[in-house]
Design a protein around this ligand. Sequence first.
Ligand code: SAH
Length: 366
Amino acid sequence: MADEQSPLEREIRRLIGIAGPIPVAEYMRLCLTHPQYGYYVTRDPLGAGGDFITAPEISQMFGELVGLWLASVWQQMGAPANVRLIELGPGRGTMLLDALRAARVVGGFQQAVVLHLVEVSPALQKLQERRLEPLGLPVLWHAALEDVPGGPCLIVANEFIDALPVNQAVKLADGWHERVVEIGADDTLAIGAAQKPLSHFEATLPRGLRLSPPGSIYEWRADGAALEIGRRVRSDGAALIIDYGHAWYGLGETLQAVSKHAFSDPLHTPGQVDLTAHVDFEALGQRAESMGARVHGPISQRDWLRRLGIDERAAALKTHTPYGKAVEIDQALSRLTAGGAKGMGELCKVMAVSDPKLDQLPGFET
Ligand code: SAH
């Protein structure tokens, strides 16, 4: 048994031994960003032989449409001479490369941009440095959004929020208890419930969930990221947030682990598999709104991409390519827009948060 444990599992067992069971959010944080053994800190999960694939890695069309969106919002902002283009969790930098190439059609945009990348992974930062260098644009890296200087900004985040730690509570006979990771009866890591109920927890829940039956599970994230995004964009800014998630609050557990493109057990080999949980877009929007920002959407990724013209872009790309490549383009288009569990079109949502002056943003027009 002992030699099957990942280095991070040994560390987590040590922490539980000292201080007792740890909340699920703390477990997720350690798994993804522990400075020595964290999943993102130690690898490029999107590279060849990686664990998962994201929309910008599926097709250039995704980043291109994001780029046109950014340049068009920049024009609506009055084309400020300097704008901070902030990406949260840029991965391999692919989305930015495609976005900035496509946005060249909008004169002056590239010249106005300073890139700020919020990235926790030293491995991915190196890769981003290398891939973005040919752009010849100023690029700065930061550990957190809070560290980026103020001023007019455009923020993009694709599959970033779903990697932020999620808390879970379960309703038991005497109230809601935080879910924790503990050492189970068979000496493996197991999910349990904290001994004492969370005080006054039910009053903090959306009204529709307050009388949930015993056994119900509720997930939530710390407010920090949503409040900070709202604060930054409320004067002269806009953010585009794309992620797996639900438009309305709800019950249920969505924490999941992925390794080598297949689901795996979140408690097995911590630090060596990707962990994510769905984004509660309703909560995200409410937090951003509470800071004075305007919320647009969320709408499905399929609707957003279609409104921005992905079908036309796919048709244009196909006219000048050999047959094999055209099939690839159709497959990518379908993956990005299809509904159901296989496609990203409905599961992924797109939300924008902006300066309230910007009342109609591309793709979200009402
Ligand atoms: N946006 C990219 C990558 C998504 S994977 C794409 O769509 O392909 C998640 C990204 O967020 C990675 O770059 C990861 O290193 C980064 N990340 C995860 N947690 C983070 C955190 N807490 N702070 C900063 N970056 C983080």
